[in-house]
Write a protein that binds this ligand. Structure first.
Ligand code: C2E
Ligand code: CA
Ligand code: CA
Length: 746
C-alpha cells in the first residue's frame, strides 16, 4: 500500500513537471509568434521613417543646390562670357568650387557650353525643354557629359523678367546623397534606390543586398517576377501623384516590404526601398533557437530537480523502511523486514529450494513472570543472534512478536530434523531449563511467485494447527490441513447464526434398564444440520466449540430444548424417564453455570431429578476442587450427575468415593476388550460391585452385540446403551418409541 502511494506521488510530480514544461513551451512559442507579428509592424514603420528621413535630406540637399544655381543664374543673366573658362572661373568664385563638379550654362539659343569650349545643341533635351517651361529639372547624369561616378545633373532656368533666357546646368557628385542614404538605410536587410520618373536608378544606397547591375528599377522588377511586375504600375502612379506607401510583397524569392516616396517637386524622383521579411524571420529564427535552448535548459533543470527529489525520496524510503523493518529488541528483522527480505531473496535465487518456518517457545511467559523481563529479553536476544548467525546468506530470519520467530531457509530433505536439533541447541541458552518445548510450523515453498503474505499465512496455519495440541511439536502445511482449518473457520463464522436459526438438532439414544429390558432414559446428542455444510456429527464441531468456548451456549441450548421436551412429556403422563445431557468442562467452569441452571429450572418448572448431567471423567482429574464444588451444588439442586467415559482416562476407583455422582458410564473401550480378555471382564465386574457399594448406578456404553448384553446382565450391570438397542435418532422417532412402550405397559 505504502509503496503504491509513493509510486503515485512520483507519477504526480512527473505529471506536474510535464505540465510546467508544456505550458512554458507554449508560452515561449506564443512569445516568438508575437515577436514575429510585432516585428512585421516595426519593419513597416521603420521603413517608412527611413524613407522620410532620406527624403527630407535629399530634398533639402537638392533645394540648396537649386537655390545656388538659381542665384548664379540671376547673376549671370546680363554677363557675356567669351569662353567656358571665363564662366568657370566666375562661377567657382560664387560656389567655392565644391558644390558642383561641373557647372555650365545653356544660352538663350539652346547651346550648352561644354568643357572643351564646344557648344552643343540641347534644344530638344528634356532638361532644356523643362527649363524653357520654367521648371527645374534634375536627372541622372546626362549623356553629353561623361563622368565615372554616380552623379546627378540639375538644370535651372535663367529668367529675364518673366522670360526664360537660358539655363544653369550643373553636375553634382551623388556621393554625399549616397552616403546619407546608406547611413539611413543601414539595416542590411534589403535595398534602397533613388529612381527617376521612368524608373532609372539615379543612385543607390550601398548595402549588402544592393544590386548594382540593373539600371532601371521598374524593368528590373518586371523582369524578376511577374508578381513584382504587377506592383510596378501601382508604384509608378503613386509616385507620379506624389504619394507614398508601403506594400507587403511576396514572391518566389521570399516576403518583404517595399516602400516608395516621391522626392521634391522639382526632381521627379522617388525613393524605393525594400526590407526582406525572410531576413527578419532569420532574426526570429535566432530568437527561436535561443528559446528552444532555454526550454531545453529549463526542462533539464526541472528533470534534474525531479531526479534529485526522487533519489532523496528513495533514500528516505529506504531509511524509513529500515526503521520500520527492524525489531527494536533483537535488532533482527520484524515481520515487515522479513517480508521485504524474503521477497528479494526468492527473486534473486530462483534456483534454491526454500522452506518457511514459524516457531514459538511454549511457556515463555513463565520466564518473564518468574525471572523477570530482562532475563526474558536476554534469552530472546540470544535466540535472535543464533538464528541470524545461521540464516543470513541467501536466507533470512525475524522476530514476529513476543517469542515467535520466522525463518526463510534453504530447504533440503533433512532440514526439518536438523532444524529441530538446532532449535534445541539454541534454546539451551536458558540455563534454567524451562525452554525445552516448542511448536514449529513448516511450509515448504513450492511456488516462489506466491505472495509472501500468503506464504506467511500458510506457515502460520501449520503452526496454529498444533499450537494447542500437547502431543505434537511439529506440523507441515498441507492442503488437507488447510481445508480443515478453512472448514473450521466457516463453522466458526456460522455457529452463532446456526444457533438462532435452529440448525442444531437433538438426537436421542435410548438407555435400557437391563433387568426390565425397557427404555429408562436417553442421551441427548447434538447434530448440526447446516444448509451450507450438510449434516454434521459432533466430532466435527464439538472439539472446535470446546476450543473457542461456544460449547457453553450449545450445552445450554440442548439443556433448554430437553427441559421443554421433558415438560411436554410429563404433561403426556411420561414420568418414569430421565434424560442425559452432556456438559463440557467449559460449561461447568462458566461462572454463571449454577445461576443459569436455576433460571432454566424455574422457567420450565421441571423437576431437576429428570435431568442427568453427564460430565466426562477427565474433568474430575484436572483442577479438581472447584469443579467438584460446582457439581456438588448442581447435585444439591436435585440434578443427577453421571460420570461419562469412565475408564478412558486415568481416574482411579478410589476417587469414586469422593465423587458427587449418581451414575457411572463405562466407556465402550471396556466392551472392545471383554470379548478377548478375561482380565478386563474382571475389572468391569469389580467396578460394578464397587459402584453398587457406593450406591452409584452403572451404565455401559457402546453395546453392540447380544453377547455383550448377556455378559452385562450376568455381572448385574444396571443399564446399557448402544447400537444394539438403538442408534441416536431424531426426537420424533424416539418419542414415538417411548410412547409406544409406556402405553403398552399400561
Ligand atoms: P458421548 O457422550 O460418549 O456420546 C456417545 C457417543 O457414542 C455418541 O456419539 C453415540 O452415537 C456413540 N455411540 C452410542 N452407541 C454406540 C455403539 O454401540 N457403538 C459405537 N461405536 N458408538 C456408539 P456422538 O453422538 O457422535 O457424540 C460424540 C460425542 O460428542 C459425545 O460422546 C459427546 O462427548 C459429544 N457430544 C454430543 N452432543 C453433545 C452436547 O450436546 N454437548 C457436549 N458437551 N458434548 C456433546
Ligand atoms: Ca455422553
Ligand atoms: Ca461416553
Amino acid at each position: 500500500m505504502r509503496r503504491k502511494i509513493i509510486k503515485f506521488e512520483h507519477i504526480k510530480k512527473f505529471i506536474i513537471i510535464l505540465i510546467v514544461l508544456i505550458i512554458s513551451g507554449y508560452m515561449i512559442f506564443k512569445y516568438i509568434y508575437n515577436i514575429k507579428e510585432e516585428s512585421d509592424i516595426v519593419v513597416a514603420k521603420s521603413l517608412n521613417s527611413q524613407m522620410n528621413q532620406s527624403n527630407t535630406y535629399i530634398s533639402k540637399y537638392l533645394d540648396r543646390k537649386i537655390k545656388i544655381l538659381d542665384n548664379i543664374g540671376k547673376l549671370l543673366k546680363d554677363k557675356k562670357f567669351k569662353s567656358i573658362e571665363e564662366l568657370r572661373t566666375y562661377t567657382s568664385v560664387l560656389t567655392d568650387g565644391n558644390e558642383f563638379q561641373y557647372i555650365s550654362m545653356i544660352d538663350s539659343k539652346g547651346y550648352l557650353w561644354m568643357p572643351d569650349n564646344k557648344k552643343i545643341d540641347v534644344r530638344d533635351k528634356e532638361y532644356y525643354v523643362g527649363a524653357l517651361m520654367g521648371r527645374v529639372v534634375i536627372s541622372s547624369v546626362v549623356d553629353e557629359i561623361k563622368v565615372d561616378y554616380d552623379a546627378i545633373s540639375i538644370c535651372v532656368p535663367i529668367y529675364d523678367g518673366d522670360k526664360v533666357v537660358g539655363a544653369m546646368f550643373a553636375i553634382s557628385d551623388a556621393k554625399d546623397l549616397q552616403k546619407e542614404l546608406t547611413t539611413n538605410f543601414n539595416n542590411n536587410l534589403g535595398f534602397c534606390y533613388i529612381i527617376d520618373n521612368k524608373g532609372y536608378v539615379v543612385f543607390r544606397a550601398e548595402n549588402q543586398y544592393t544590386d548594382n547591375e540593373f539600371i532601371n528599377f521598374y524593368h528590373y522588377m518586371a523582369y524578376n517576377d511577374v508578381n513584382l511586375g504587377n506592383y510596378v504600375e501601382n508604384i509608378r502612379t503613386n509616385v507620379a501623384a506624389h504619394n507614398s506607401g508601403v506594400i507587403n510583397i511576396s514572391n518566389s524569392s521570399g516576403n518583404g516590404y517595399l516602400g516608395y516616396d516621391s522626392i521634391s517637386e522639382n526632381s521627379n524622383w522617388a525613393i524605393v526601398s525594400y526590407i526582406s521579411n525572410d531576413k527578419i524571420l532569420e532574426y526570429g529564427k535566432n530568437v527561436s533557437i535561443k528559446s528552444v535552448q532555454m526550454i531545453t535548459f529549463i526542462g533539464a533543470m526541472l528533470l534534474f530537480i525531479f531526479a534529485y527529489i526522487l533519489k532523496e525520496e528513495i533514500h528516505k524510503k529506504k531509511e524509513t523502511e529500515k526503521v520500520y523493518s527492524i525489531d527494536s529488541l533483537t535488532k533482527i528483522n520484524n515481520i515487515i523486514g522479513f517480508s521485504l527480505a524474503s521477497k528479494k531473496i526468492l527473486k534473486k535465487y530462483p534456483h534454491n529450494s526454500y522452506i518457511m518456518i514459524l516457531f514459538d517457545i511454549q511457556k515463555f511467559r513463565y520466564i518473564n513472570h518468574i525471572y523477570g523481563y530482562s532475563y526474558g529479553d536476554k534469552i530472546l536476544i540470544s535466540i535472535a543472534k543464533a538464528l541470524n548467525k545461521k540464516f543470513n546468506k541467501e536466507q533470512t530470519c525475524a522476530r514476529i512478536n513476543a517469542d515467535n520467530f520466522m525463518i526463510l531457509a534453504k530447504y533440503y530433505d533433512e532440514f526439518p530434523k536438523d532444524f529441530e536439533k538446532l532449535l534445541l541447541e539454541v534454546l539451551s541458552v536458558d540455563k534454567k531449563n524451562i525452554l525445552s518445548n516448542y511448536k514449529i510450523g513448516f511450509y515448504i515453498i513450492d511456488n516462489k511467485k506466491e505472495l509472501i503474505k500468503l506464504m506467511i499465512d500458510k506457515v502460520s496455519y501449520a503452526w496454529k494447527y498444533i499450537k494447542n495440541n500437547p502431543n505434537k511439536n511439529v506440523s507441515f502445511y498441507t492442503e488437507i490441513l488447510m481445508n480443515e482449518i478453512m472448514e473450521e473457520e466457516i463453522l466458526e463464522s456460522d455457529m452463532k447464526k446456526a444457533l438462532i436459526n435452529n440448525e442444531f438438532q437433538v438426537y436421542m439414544q435410548p438407555k435400557i434398564d437391563l433387568k426390565k429390558g425397557e427404555i429408562c432414559g436417553a442421551e441427548a446428542l447434538a447434530r448440526w444440520i447446516s444448509p451450507k455444510m450438510g449434516f454434521m456429527f459432533p466430532d466435527k464441531f464439538i472439539p472446535l466449540f470446546e476450543k473457542n468456548g461456544f460449547i457453553v451456549e450449545l450445552d445450554f441450548f440442548i439443556l433448554e430444548v430437553m427441559l421443554k421436551k421433558m415438560k411436554a412429556l410429563t404433561y403426556d403422563g411420561i414420568n418414569n424417564f430421565t434424560v442425559s445431557v452432556n456438559q463440557s468442562r467449559a460449561t461447568i467452569c462458566d461462572p454463571m453455570y449454577i445461576s443459569r441452571l436455576t433460571e432454566l429450572i424455574n422457567k420450565y418448572e421441571v423437576s431437576p431429578s429428570l435431568i442427568e448431567l453427564e460430565v466426562t471423567e477427565s474433568i474430575f482429574t484436572v483442577n479438581c476442587d472447584d469443579i467438584l464444588k460446582v457439581i456438588a451444588i448442581a447435585k444439591g439442586m436435585g440434578f443427577k450427575i453421571s460420570m461419562d467415559d469412565f475408564g478412558s482416562g486415568y481416574s482411579s476407583l478410589n476417587l469414586l468415593k469422593e465423587m458427587p455422582i449418581n451414575e457411572l458410564k463405562l466407556d465402550r473401550i471396556f466392551l472392545n476388550e471383554t470379548s478377548t480378555s478375561t482380565r478386563s471382564k474382571l475389572i468391569i465386574k469389580n467396578i460394578i460391585e464397587m459402584a453398587k457399594a457406593l450406591e452409584i448406578e452403572v451404565v455401559c456404553e457402546g453395546v453392540e452385540t447380544l453377547e455383550q448384553v448377556d455378559f452385562l446382565k450376568e455381572i448385574h450391570c444396571d443399564m446399557a446403551q448402544g447400537y444394539y438397542f438403538g442408534k441416536p435418532m431424531p426426537m420424533e422417532q424416539f418419542e414415538k418409541i417411548l410412547k409406544d412402550q409406556t402405553f403398552s405397559n399400561n
